[in-house]
Design a protein around this ligand. Sequence first.
Ligand code: AMP
Length: 417
Amino acid sequence: MANINDFNFAGVKAIVRVDFNVPLNEEGKITDDTRIRGAVPTLKKILADGGALIVMSHMGKPKGKVNPKLSLGQIKDAVAAALDAPVKFAEDCGKAAEAAAELKAGEVLLLENLRFYPEEEGKPVGIDKEDPAYADAKKEMKTRQNEFAKTLASYADVYVNDAFGTAHRRHASTAVIADFFDADHKMLGYLMEKEVVAIDNVLKNAQHPFTAIIGGSKVSSKLAVIKNLLDKVDNLIIGGGMGFTFIKAQGGNIGLSLHEDDLMPEALSVMAAAKEKGVNLSLSVQTVCAQEFKNDAERQTHDIFNIPDGWEGMDAGPKSLENWKKIILDSKTILWNGPVGVFEFDNFAVGTGEIAKYVAEATANGAYSLVGGGDSVAAVNKFGLADKVSYVSTGGGAMLEAIEGKTLPGVAAIKGE
Ligand code: AMP
């Protein structure tokens, strides 16, 4: 694998997979350009070296069909402004050989939405998984995906992947394409490198005590994460809606709180595994409850094992926060995924805000902290603490799969793993 920092792109054509899946309003105007800004360091490095850029991305879910509402043509000017360079646009990403060949040093060619081609995702379209012909259709689509990746690869001398958000998918532009470049001509972009280093800092090189804070709504969506972390952490804090399944499984009265009955046996086995492995599993002991799921509902604080009928736990109570504060401030490595309450409602965001503060304080005292995966990122942003933690991951699903211990195809294809 080559290294972007050491690579000299002078006279080189680079095809870069970025994540320009930015939100657009009704008029096709970008409402949040974070993702474009995220890719700028990689793209500017290539241009500054004297390279030519072919930039490719997906946008939304066009499901293998052309959809003008999801055209990357709409963001061409924003990309030009971000790079301070003129940007040409290839309306068909699968037929851009000529435009790519004409590209000169310092020039940028933006390709149309990769997912207008079903080959990008490589899933057969218009055929049910139960259909006996599905296996053949899948095989045929894999061949087509390979051809599509080969076509994209033919546009350039070097492949750079800077789209961490899609690193957990084996798509034509995120993984398959890498097979058409040798190890010296493929590399991770700066953003992707940062994400990979952040994951390694917690999963491979963690300083101890290592604490994971896992919150959010459902045990089912985080079970794989919890299981993988049990072999790595010293402390596992489980909060938010998912905590109630653990309390009910132990015979607690949780009132109307969120829970998953079918996962109660799993919750008990996680508790047993934690004990066996010497992991300090810290569940919530007290919760702020409401009778209605709304911001201005009346609030009452209850012991988590004795929530009255008709009430539901919506936020972490002060006693839970006191326990968690101590654990977090004693930690050298912290991984946080998922809010510990319904933080979208300001009146029930107190617990999540406190956690964000403790993580920031521990970081200021020298701990390494990674906040990643979906809503916890929104939470640190809500409390203005994003720059007070060591790293905030931008790749929700990819980060979660990495924490589950899965290999990310987009990373593996470049590292040659
Ligand atoms: P997730 O996507 O699994 O990380 O879950 C995030 C969601 O969990 C947020 O929308 C929170 O509002 C929700 N959540 C956290 N705590 C609770 C709770 N006690 N009751 C209901 N929803 C919760």
